[in-house]
Design a binder for this molecule. Structure first.
Ligand code: ADP
Ligand code: MG
Length: 206
């Protein structure tokens, strides 16, 4: 993926966050404080304001700076968490003008590590990680098997969507939703849901 494509991915992410604002907020209304969609849409609208300066950077700096914008403009847990994810991915991609699929997979792994370190969460705690980690495993597996980036991405999306379903079955033990305890069962995690939309935006430009 070249820089022009990456900018188009960022545009798509912003469009998706705006479009899904109400949808994401609805889930956060049930198990959180009802701001996840608003947080994400606000963050990406700030990113779009800086689109021209981002476009001048190399791929790594572009993604790192996107993360910094999210950290500084998004309130709530998701700002620092997604912000760290993009910052770590960007740092891994430092100096690159193009991102190959293996680069992307490694950057994604760095992003997840960043989220885990920042949020001190693991799989099974009803967070965005329950979509991210299965997606990573499925993408790596399909890439090893077929070497086909599109297929790998499809496998990742399927696993991430299954991850959303899984979050309905478990109790939240991290973030605001953990205050609900058992009452969080039956509801999907907003962060896992927004992650699928972001992954779809990446897939749309492949
Ligand atoms: P807040 O919970 O502060 O209102 P948001 O509503 O924007 O922030 O984001 C909530 C989402 O953040 C959750 O749905 C969950 O996916 C994610 N999240 C919360 N805490 C953590 C954590 N410690 N680790 C990973 N993800 C988390
Ligand atoms: Mg919230």
């Amino acid at each position: 993926m070249n820089k022009e494509k990456i900018i188009l991915v960022i545009d798509q992410m912003a469009v998706a966050m705006e479009k899904q604002k109400e949808f994401l907020t609805e889930f956060d209304n049930v198990i959180g404080d009802g701001d996840h969609g608003i947080n994400m849409a606000r963050g990406f609208s700030e990113v779009i304001k800086k689109r021209d300066s981002l476009a001048k950077m190399d791929a790594g700096d572009m993604i790192k700076n996107l993360g910094m914008i999210l950290v500084s403009t998004v309130g709530g847990a998701s700002g620092p968490l997604y912000g760290t994810a993009f910052m770590k991915a960007g740092m891994f991609l430092r100096g690159k003008e193009e991102v190959t699929y293996p680069d992307f997979l490694q950057a994604f792994a760095c992003a997840i590590e960043g989220v885990m370190a920042r949020g001190k969460a693991a799989e099974g705690e009803k967070t965005m990680l329950d979509a991210m980690l299965p997606a990573k495993r499925a993408m790596e597996q399909e890439w090893t098997l077929s070497g086909d980036g599109k297929k790998s991405m499809e496998a990742g999306l399927t696993a991430a969507r299954e991850g959303i379903e899984y979050t309905k079955t478990i109790i939240a033990t991290k973030g605001r939703a953990s205050y609900l305890g058992e009452r969080s069962i039956g509801h999907q995690d907003p962060g896992a849901t927004s992650f699928v939309f972001l992954l779809e935006a990446i897939a749309s430009q492949m």
